[in-house]
Ligand binder design. Structure first.
Ligand SMILES: Nc1ncnc2c1ncn2[C@@H]1O[C@H](COP(=O)(O)OP(=O)(O)OP(=O)(O)O)[C@@H](O)[C@H]1O
Length: 501
C-alpha cells in the first residue's frame, strides 16, 4: 500500500514538472524580451522532458523532483515577465532578467544533480549527444549550424554545456567509457601516476576515433570520502562543460553504481605537478631537473602562476556556471609537455550560484574541507564558501613559487603528539611584510634575480600578501591578481630579453 502511495506521489510530481515545462514553452513562444534566454531555457527543458517518462517510481526521486518543480515555477514566472515590455529603462530590465535566467539555469542544473546518479548520468548522456554535431556517413563531424534544428542545439550548447574559451573541437566533449575501455587503456591499471585522498591516478592511452590520447585515469576510492557518489556527480557536473586553456580537461568517465566503481579520465599532463618542480621531487622522472623552466627561471614560475590564476578567473567570473574550486594547491596545478599550467582536481568544487543563494554571504557548508596550510582561516571558522577562499589558497601557492618551500613545515619543537606542522604562511609572510623578500626567495643559483626581476617579484609578493588578508572581503578579486601577474611577467620577460642582447 505504501509502495503504491509513493508511486502515486512520484507520478504526481512528474505530472507537475511536465505541466510546468509545457506552460514555460507556451509562454516562451510569446516572449517579447530576453527571447534568446527563453529559447535556451526551452531547449534545456526539452531534454529534461524526454527523461521524465523514464524516471522510476522510486521515493528517491521524489525530493529532487519536488525541488525541480519549485525551480520551474520560478522559471515560469520569469518567462511570463518576459512577455511584457518594460516601460522604464528597458536595457536595465533586460540585463537583470538575463541575470535571473542565469540563476534559474544554475538552479535547474543543481536540482538535476540531486537525482540518483544513474538518472543524472542518463540526462548528462542526452546533453552529451546534443552538443555533438551530427556525424556524416564518413564518420566526419558535420560543420555546426548545418543540420536541422542546429540553432537550438547551438544555443543549448552555449547555455548549459560549453562555458567559453574552447581550445578543442566538439569531439573533445567528455564521454562515458566502459570498464573494458578503462582496463585496456591502462593495461589493467599498470602505471600509477599518483594518489590522493579521493583515489589513485593511473597512466593510460585511450584509442578513440582513430586517435590515441594520453590520459590520466583516476579510480575513486570505494569508501573514501563520505558521500562519494554526491561528489562524483558534483565533479562531473562541474567539469563536463568546462573548457579553458588552463583547466585540465575531462576526457570521460565510467560509472558502475552496483560495484561502486567510479572513474574519471583526464588529459595527461606529462610534466607532473607544480609542487614536484618547486621541491625538486623526482616523481616519474620530471621533478625539477635542469630542463625544468619552472625550477630554474622566474619567468617559468610566474608564467605557471599566471596560467593557474587565469583558470581561477574563468571559474569565478566567466564560466556560464561560475565555480569555486576549494582545493587550490601546488599539487593541483599540473604541467603539460610544453610547461603550460592547468588547474585540476575539482572533487571539492562548488557551483557559485548555490553559494549566492545564501544572502550573498556564501553557502554554509557542514565542514570546511581543505588542505592544512592552504585553508583560508576565515572559511575554516565560518564555514562560508566564497571565491575569496580560492584567492587565499592561491596566495599560499604564490609564496611556494617565490620561496621554493613546501606549504607546511614540521616545527623543530615537538608538541605532546610529536612534530607540529606549521603553515608556511606564518613563517614567510611576516618576513615579506617587513620588506625582506630577498631573505625568503628561492636561493637556487639560476634564480638570483636582477634588480628589474626583483621589482617584478616584489609585485608578485605584494599580490600574495593581499591574497592572504585575513578577511575575505579585503582580498583582491582574482582578476586583479591576473593583472598584477601579467605585469610582473612582462617586466621579467623584457629583462630576460635585454640580458640576451
Ligand atoms: N591529468 C593528470 N596528468 C598527470 N598526472 C596526474 C593527473 N591528474 C592527477 N595526476 C597525478 O595524480 C596525483 C593525485 O591526483 P589528484 O590530486 O587529482 O588526486 P586526489 O585524490 O583528488 O588528491 P587530493 O588529496 O588533493 O584530493 C597528482 O598529484 C598527480 O601526481
Amino acid at each position: 500500500m505504501e509502495v503504491v502511495g509513493q508511486a502515486a506521489a512520484v507520478a504526481q510530481l512528474v505530472g507537475n514538472v511536465d505541466g510546468l515545462i509545457f506552460k514555460i514553452k507556451r509562454a516562451a513562444d510569446t516572449a517579447k524580451q530576453n527571447t534568446r534566454e527563453c529559447e535556451n531555457l526551452v531547449v534545456y527543458l526539452s531534454t529534461i522532458e524526454e527523461v521524465l517518462p523514464t524516471l522510476p517510481e522510486d521515493p528517491e526521486v521524489a525530493r529532487p523532483l519536488a525541488r525541480l518543480g519549485s525551480t520551474l515555477q520560478e522559471a515560469h514566472d520569469l518567462v511570463v515577465a518576459c512577455q511584457k515590455r518594460g516601460s522604464f529603462s528597458k536595457i536595465f530590465r533586460a540585463n537583470s532578467l538575463a541575470d535571473r535566467f542565469r540563476e534559474v539555469n544554475a538552479r535547474i542544473t543543481c536540482d538535476l544533480s540531486l537525482f540518483p546518479l544513474v538518472i543524472y548520468t542518463a540526462i548528462a548522456r542526452r546533453l552529451d549527444r546534443m552538443v555533438l554535431p551530427a556525424q556524416n556517413d564518413s564518420g566526419a563531424m558535420a560543420p555546426a549550424g548545418k543540420s536541422s534544428g542546429t540553432v537550438a542545439v547551438e544555443t543549448q550548447t552555449q547555455m548549459v554545456l560549453v562555458s567559453h574559451v574552447s581550445s578543442g573541437s566538439d569531439d573533445d566533449n567528455p564521454r562515458r567509457l566502459t570498464r573494458p575501455e578503462i582496463a585496456a587503456s591502462t593495461s589493467n591499471l599498470a602505471v600509477v601516476l599518483g594518489g590522493g585522498r579521493s583515489g589513485t591516478v593511473y597512466k593510460g592511452s585511450l584509442h578513440h576515433g582513430g586517435r590515441v590520447r594520453e590520459v590520466a585515469v583516476k579510480v575513486l576510492k570505494k569508501h573514501g570520502r563520505q558521500g562519494m557518489e554526491v561528489s562524483f556527480v558534483a565533479e562531473l557536473e562541474i567539469l563536463f562543460p568546462l573548457r579553458h586553456d588552463h583547466i585540465a580537461r575531462l576526457v570521460g568517465w565510467c560509472e558502475e553504481a552496483e560495484e561502486e566503481r567510479r572513474v574519471f579520465v583526464y588529459e595527461h599532463m606529462s610534466n607532473g605537478t607544480l609542487r614536484d618542480h618547486l621541491l625538486g621531487l623526482g616523481v616519474h622522472g620530471h621533478g625539477g631537473g635542469a630542463g625544468s623552466p619552472v625550477a630554474s627561471s622566474w619567468s617559468g614560475r610566474v608564467e605557471v602562476l599566471l596560467g593557474a590564476a587565469r583558470a581561477l578567473e574563468h571559474l569565478h567570473r566567466r564560466a556560464t556556471l561560475p565555480v569555486i574550486h576549494r582545493n587550490v594547491s601546488s599539487s593541483n596545478i599540473l604541467l603539460d609537455a610544453r610547461w603550460r599550467s592547468y588547474l585540476s582536481d575539482f572533487g571539492q568544487a562548488l557551483l557559485q550560484a548555490a553559494c549566492e543563494e545564501h544572502g550573498g554571504q556564501g553557502q554554509l557548508v557542514p565542514e570546511a574541507i581543505g588542505t592544512f596550510g592552504y585553508l583560508d582561516p576565515e572559511y575554516y571558522s565560518t564555514r562560508r564558501v566564497s571565491p575569496a577562499i580560492d584567492v587565499y589558497s592561491f596566495g599560499v601557492v604564490t609564496l611556494e613559487v617565490l620561496t621554493g618551500r613546501p606549504h607546511v613545515n614540521s616545527s623543530s619543537s615537538k608538541g605532546q603528539l610529536g612534530e607540529v606542522p606549521v603553515a608556511m604562511v606564518s613563517s614567510v609572510l611576516p618576513v615579506i611584510q617587513n620588506g625582506k623578500l630577498r631573505d625568503v626567495l628561492d636561493g637556487r643559483p639560476s634564480l638570483v634575480p636582477t634588480p628589474a626581476q626583483l621589482k617584478a617579484l616584489e609585485l608578485v609578493a605584494n599580490t600574495a600578501m593581499l591574497c592572504l588578508w585575513p578577511q575575505g572581503k579585503d582580498r583582491p578579486a582574482i582578476s586583479n591578481v591576473v593583472a598584477n601577474l601579467e605585469k610582473a611577467l612582462g617586466i621579467i620577460r623584457s629583462d630576460e630579453t635585454n640580458l640576451l642582447l
